[in-house]
Design a protein. Structure first.
Ligand code: 13P
Length: 348
């Protein structure tokens, strides 16, 4: 039994407490800069700090968000008044999380596929983040569907699942609840059925590897993608079809003892991300032994980022927009979201 077992269980339960989800604000500098570039925001540390301060000081964010996931740069930053972000999070009653992977890199011998790096030195980085106040972590693996190229390959699924499992074991040893994120990308022409097959194979391998590495399921959170047709697939699916296929795939592969499921949004529209999560909780709750909630990045932050666009005078309205999406997704996590709740946003 590990040193942190009780703390890990309590943290995991708090991360997926009723009506709460996780805010994935852990874009690497590179990804954050890409999002800034599109909007003409300067890609400097000063602007990244201002953006993260905007998010972390949203009034009442903790009503809907159990914890934000930070990035290495962000966990070391403070507000312009000098208060460390970690302290801002703790004082708001939220739990600080940290992305610990070093990114998805081209996989040798596997054209078009990625493998996530970051295991070397991870034990020491986990110890440092724990000492800084982090209590959970995230590692994202990327699986690409391309029927013509014949991906994903077994080699890619195995390598990513193995890395996820070794990461998760190290996290639990060091007191961080691992968010295990195998993302099957939404890009491509694949059908709902093809996405189901790949997600099924991926989750099966992930849980095999987690077992082999001795990971405790009641002290981890699974962050899966939904089972959904590719963005370019001519045959799109209804909200209920996505919800049912996703729950069926999870039920088949995810042990009932897993502490919680927190989906990524993966480039779905904000409304779809809310509607799909809602349908799972409203219609298929009796098939879910685990809490089912959100760990969204774009589907929570995008309207706020676009409105702010680097202008300090727009912070209060941008914060309202972020809070609105957090509130709607909180409703979806308990099955009480309705598309009628999508209020038109003020033009300011
Ligand atoms: P999206 O919700 O934008 O997919 O991001 C979630 C995430 O954390 C990806 O790693």
């Amino acid at each position: 039994m590990g040193e942190y077992i009780q703390e890990l269980r309590a943290t995991a339960a708090a991360m997926v407490a009723p009506g709460k989800g996780i805010l994935a604000m852990d874009e690497s500098d590179g990804t954050c800069n890409k999002r800034f570039d599109v909007l003409g925001i300067p890609t400097t540390e000063e602007y990244r700090q201002a953006y993260r301060q905007l998010i972390l000081t949203v009034p009442n964010l903790s009503a809907y968000v159990s914890g934000p996931i930070l990035y290495d740069e962000t966990i070391r930053q403070s507000t312009t008044d000098g208060k460390p972000f970690v302290q801002v999070i703790q004082e708001a009653g939220m739990i600080p999380g940290i992305k610990v992977d070093m990114g998805a890199k081209d996989m040798a011998g596997h054209p078009g596929e990625k493998v996530t790096e970051g295991l070397d030195g991870l034990r020491d980085r986990i110890a440092e983040y724990y000492a800084m106040g982090a209590r959970f972590a995230k590692w994202r693996a990327v699986i690409t569907i391309d029927a013509v190229a014949g991906t994903p390959s077994l080699g890619c699924i195995e390598a990513n699942a193995h890395a996820l499992a070794r990461y998760a074991a190290l996290c639990q040893e060091g007191g961080l609840v691992p968010i295990v994120e195998p993302e099957v990308l939404i890009d491509g022409e694949h059908t709902l059925e093809q996405c189901f097959e790949v997600t099924d194979e991926t989750l099966e391998e992930v849980f095999t590897q987690l077992r082999h590495q001795g990971v405790e399921f009641d002290q981890m959170i699974l962050k899966p993608s939904m089972v959904i047709p590719g963005k370019s697939c001519p045959q799109q699916a209804s909200v209920d079809e996505v919800a049912e296929a996703t729950i069926t795939c999870l039920q088949k592969n995810v042990p009932a003892t897993v502490a919680g499921i927190a989906f990524l949004s993966g480039g779905q529209s904000m409304q779809d991300a809310s509607a799909h999560l809602n349908a799972m909780n409203a219609k298929f709750r009796d098939r879910c032994p685990w809490p089912v909630t959100f760990s969204y990045a774009r589907a929570i932050q995008q309207p706020a980022l676009e409105h702010w666009s680097g202008d300090p005078s727009r912070v209060p309205e941008a914060q309202k927009r972020l809070l609105q999406r957090a509130e709607l997704n909180s409703a979806a996590s308990v099955g009480s979201y309705d598309s009628k709740m999508e209020r038109p946003l003020a033009v300011v």
